[in-house]
Design a protein around this ligand. Structure first.
Ligand SMILES: Cc1cc2nc3c(=O)[nH]c(=O)nc-3n(C[C@H](O)[C@H](O)[C@H](O)COP(=O)(O)OP(=O)(O)OC[C@H]3O[C@@H](n4cnc5c(N)ncnc54)[C@H](O)[C@@H]3O)c2cc1C
Ligand SMILES: *[C@@H]1O[C@H](CO)[C@@H](O)[C@H](O)[C@H]1NC(C)=O
Ligand SMILES: *[C@@H]1O[C@H](CO)[C@@H](O)[C@H](O)[C@H]1NC(C)=O
Ligand SMILES: *[C@@H]1O[C@H](CO)[C@@H](O)[C@H](O)[C@H]1NC(C)=O
Length: 493
């Protein structure tokens, strides 16, 4: 009875304050009455701290409350309150984006999707249904044991939602393209609170925009992803070397040749990672073969690099994603930045040289870990995208084999945030300039790896940006996701 009175009073307050900006705190109180009490966490609640944890310390903020919906219906109810009351909000799946404000918000309301985490196999085994807040490791563990696999994240704790809406590179990209390419249906909560499906036949424009367009159109609650036969085990792990002149040149040549040959063996995935810290400089050649075959010929070059550790073995995909996580533990301040280059030896060597030089300038930063990645993006990935109906990332404009580069400095002290951002910007500019000079540049910015100062949505090209603007305005005419959800890359900014 008491709570009904409170609710009535709150609704009355909402009506009376319609013209003034209501505080997030009042919206939280209202949400606490609409949703079960345990689904709205306030700063005084014990689990508030845990739920606001993030992979990177740069993403940790303090919202007025955290809402934990368990269904699309819950998301819809929460969104209606936030929209009616003009309350600023953030959306989080598994919280791995490191940019401050992208998946959390000081003072506003955070919609945390981690309780929408179902991972089920369709009866006919053709697709898997993944809740936006599921961690990839849980999806792999459960569904691989039922004999199917699907493209997903390479690190155990990353989330279905953020990774897929940014395109998503997986260990299966040479086999089936980007993660987003394999989505058959998105279940989306629109700004109006309406729950719709977006697929090839229904809301097909929204379907296309969501395949790389991030959070400009709605809150996706569920992804139906094309499944295929799983071989039970994969062959994967890493070969870890000290970085010397020789191992560096062997690794860089290894990337180049791998990218050239990937179309001949679509089960193979490689990422070559340079890993520098105060102790020394190392190289990790991280490899996965999506069948239990040791040792596939395509990895011969990587295996012949002198190394200090080699943990390549036949294992489950879930185990592989956990192995990747041990290399990227939680608890640092992080920055991601990206540049795309053409697969040309001169361009690869220049990008490596630049990454080395910029490290020299910042290595005084205490506890600094300086990771930079060469990740294959052969035309093969986009051939698959095209076969599956295309995506919004604009990669079909280029016929060349590419490499996505990612820089990920990790440090401890906020005092160095600005210096790290400057270094990352210098890194992007220098790589682009040198690639231009060597006729090996490409405009693509992979959204999942982009820094705050980058503009991945624009990098998809003017027609695709226009298309996303059109779709955003059609499905969100009041621009709720542009204005009330300030984090993440926005087509209006
Ligand atoms: C350790 C590590 C490993 C990684 N490995 C890979 C990899 O293998 N492949 C790859 O492509 N990328 C990878 N990334 C990058 C990764 O894709 C991004 O960090 C991505 O944001 C992670 O998804 P998330 O759900 O955990 O993120 P979150 O930070 O929760 O979400 C990211 C963004 O998407 C928005 N968002 C999330 N869910 C929804 C939704 N359902 N509806 C609307 N908007 C939503 C959020 O508001 C936020 O702006 C990795 C990152 C890390 C830190
Ligand atoms: C998955 O969701 C359920 C509620 O739907 C929740 O109880 C559980 O803790 C969630 N799992 C994770 C890992 O968050
Ligand atoms: C540097 O990295 C190496 C290899 O990953 C690790 O063994 C070492 O402990 C690290 N040193 C520091 C100071 O973090
Ligand atoms: C690229 O794909 C998009 C979306 O499928 C399509 O509209 C566009 O015409 C394609 N462009 C090229 C050059 O093939």
């Amino acid at each position: 009875m008491a709570s009904i009175l409170v609710l009535a009073a709150l609704i009355f307050a909402v009506i009376c304050s319609a013209t003034t900006t209501a505080t997030a705190h009042d919206s939280c109180t209202l949400l606490g009455h609409i949703l079960p009490r345990n689904q709205v966490l306030f700063p005084s609640d014990e689990s508030y701290k845990t739920v606001n944890d993030r992979w990177s310390l740069t993403a940790k903020l303090e919202p007025s409350c955290v809402v934990l919906p368990t269904s699309a219906q819950d998301v819809s109810s929460a969104l209606k309150v936030l929209v009616t009351r003009s309350t600023l909000f953030a959306v989080k799946s598994k919280g791995h984006n490191a940019i401050t404000g992208f998946n959390n918000i000081n003072g506003g309301v955070t919609i945390d999707l981690s309780w929408i985490n179902e991972t089920t196999l369709a009866k006919d085994r053709s697709l898997v249904r993944l809740g936006s807040g599921a961690a990839w490791v849980d999806a792999y563990r459960k569904l691989n044991s039922q004999g199917v696999s699907f493209p997903g994240g390479r690190c155990s704790t990353t989330g279905v939602g953020g990774l897929t809406l940014g395109g998503g590179i997986s260990f299966y990209s040479a086999k089936v393209g980007f993660v987003a390419d394999n989505v058959l249906n998105f279940e989306v909560v629109l700004a109006s609170g309406k729950i719709v499906n977006a697929n090839m036949d229904h809301n097909s424009d929204l379907f296309m925009a969501l395949k790389g367009g991030s959070s400009n159109f709605g809150i996706v609650t569920r992804f139906e992803v094309k499944a295929f036969k799983d071989y039970g085990r994969i062959f994967g792990g890493g070969v870890f070397s000290k970085a010397t002149t020789d191992t560096t040149s062997q690794s860089l040549n290894g990337v180049y040749n791998f990218v050239k040959q990937n179309h001949k063996d679509e089960d193979a995935a490689l990422a070559t990672i340079f890993n520098y810290n105060a102790t020394g400089k190392y190289i990790l050649n991280s490899m996965v073969y999506t069948k239990p075959v040791a040792i596939p010929a395509i990895f011969k070059a990587q295996f012949s690099i002198p190394h200090i550790a080699n943990d390549m073995r036949i294992r489950t995909m879930a185990d592989m994603t956990e192995q990747v996580t041990t290399f990227l533990p939680w608890g640092y301040r992080d920055l991601f930045a990206t540049a795309t280059i053409v697969n040309k030896m001169s361009v690869i060597e220049a990008a490596h040289r630049i990454s080395d030089q910029i490290y020299e300038e910042v290595q005084h930063v205490p506890d600094l870990v300086w990771n930079f990645y060469f990740e294959p993006l052969p035309r093969l990935f986009t051939d698959h995208s095209e076969q599956l109906g295309g995506n919004i990332m604009g990669l079909n404009r280029t016929q060349e084999d590419l490499i996505v580069m990612m820089l990920n400095p990790r440090w401890r002290d906020a005092e160095y945030d600005a210096e790290m951002a400057d270094a990352a910007e210098a890194w992007v500019d220098s790589i682009r300039q040198s690639a231009n000079r060597l006729s090996g540049s490409n405009d693509f910015q992979f959204l999942n790896y982009a820094a705050k100062f980058q503009r991945p949505l624009e990098s998809y090209g003017p027609p695709n940006l226009d298309f996303m603007r059109h779709v955003s305005f059609k499905y969100d005419p009041h621009e709720i996701f542009q204005n009330l959800m300030p984090g993440a890359y926005k087509i209006s900014r």
